[in-house]
Design a protein around this ligand. Structure first.
Ligand code: SF4
Ligand code: SF4
Length: 340
């Protein structure tokens, strides 16, 4: 797409298929957080309340570093910068040969983390903002969070860190997505992750309907993504709804994604995290398979609606013809589109 006053731009749009050779380790090193976001997916009753000691972090990181030729780690919480040893964990991941290291943060950047790690050690600091304005973001994430997060992004950029931003789209904030591309450019953010709200954690208890209907998603999200990419920002967003003829694939069966929690549970699918159906767990430092029935058994179910966990926990986004056939399939939540 090119336009008057804009430099010529060719958007490269592609479906990012699940990586089959690299392990992606989503490592929740604690579940504690200073915020109380309305849609928080963390569920300490299921995932634990421990702050993992550095020795455990090392053992668990080493397990996945050995598994494949490549491994990427995303440190998460709760708020991972609340962990006093996050900088050591980052360096540990580097020493163990992780290809990329990302830190997801709500922007508060505790323990002076930006001074304790260098841009060579952290590939991305990934910030979460759920509105283009104070009003919308803070109504979801809490009073004062917008200003703190924006200040954190600016500080990270000024110190030479690459930054990305995660925007979790729901009915509460889709109206402000249009305003995000210029804001991202102004802040110097290089990657934009548009997320779809998952009905888990606190969202599962919400009284209002949070998910955006199919027509609104497919009309709106790709356009915003293209506008952000025209500003030089790489954009990733979930596919969510498969088009006729597109093949459904479950990442739980074909990819190497591991969602690790402080109590030792390891899930292969993030939609399962509210339930004790993890397929793996750490036991005395060893990663072991859990007995049936667990998420692995669900992945194998072949249903007309596509993703089985979607049908179980968030069926509101399905729609049926008068003769009870699904009008479309729901893609795996890990299936992403990328525009660079
Ligand atoms: S969504 Fe993230 S920042 Fe918000 S309360 Fe949950 S863990 Fe904290
Ligand atoms: S989101 Fe659905 S399709 Fe993807 S891993 Fe989970 S169960 Fe499988």
């Amino acid at each position: 797409m090119s336009g008057k006053g804009l430099s010529p731009h060719i958007a490269m749009k592609k479906t990012v298929s699940f990586s089959k050779n690299a392990a992606n380790v989503f490592f929740h090193i604690l579940t504690a957080c200073n915020l109380k976001c309305r849609h928080c997916y963390i569920n300490p009753d299921q995932q634990g309340r421990e702050i993992l000691p550095l020795s455990t972090i090392e053992t668990w990181l080493a397990t996945f570093a050995e598994k494949g030729t490549q491994a990427n780690v995303i440190f998460l919480g709760g708020e991972p910068t609340l962990h006093p040893d996050l900088s050591s964990a980052v360096r540990m991941a580097r020493r163990l040969g992780y290809t990329s290291v990302t830190v997801d943060t709500n922007g508060y950047l505790f323990h002076d983390i930006l001074s304790k790690v260098s841009p060579d050690e952290v590939d991305y600091f990934s910030f979460s903002l759920d509105g283009a304005t104070r009003r919308t973001n803070d109504s979801i994430r809490g009073e004062g969070v917008y200003d703190k997060c924006v200040a954190g992004i600016r500080e990270a950029v000024s110190k030479g860190f690459a930054t990305s931003l995660i925007y979790t789209v729901s009915r509460l904030n889709i109206h402000e997505l249009d305003a995000m591309p210029p804001l991202l450019r102004d802040m110097g953010v290089s990657r934009f992750f548009i997320q779809v709200i998952g009905i888990r954690g606190k969202s599962a208890e919400a009284q209002e309907r949070l998910q955006v209907p199919k027509a609104e998603w497919t009309d709106h999200i790709p356009q915003v993504a293209e506008r952000a990419s025209a500003l030089g920002i790489t954009v990733t967003y979930p596919k969510v709804f498969l088009e006729p003829g597109e093949v459904f694939d479950c990442a739980g069966l074909t990819a190497h994604n591991y969602f690790i929690f402080p109590n030792g549970r390891v899930y292969r699918c993030p939609l399962c995290e509210d339930f004790p159906i993890h397929s793996l767990r750490f036991e005395g430092g060893r990663l072991v398979r859990t007995a049936a029935i667990n998420e692995r058994d669900l992945f194998r179910l072949d249903i007309r609606e596509g993703c089985v966990m979607n049908k179980l926990i968030q069926p509101e986004n399905l729609s049926y013809t008068p003769d009870a056939k699904p009008e479309y399939q729901i893609a795996c939540c890990m299936l992403k589109m990328e525009i660079c």
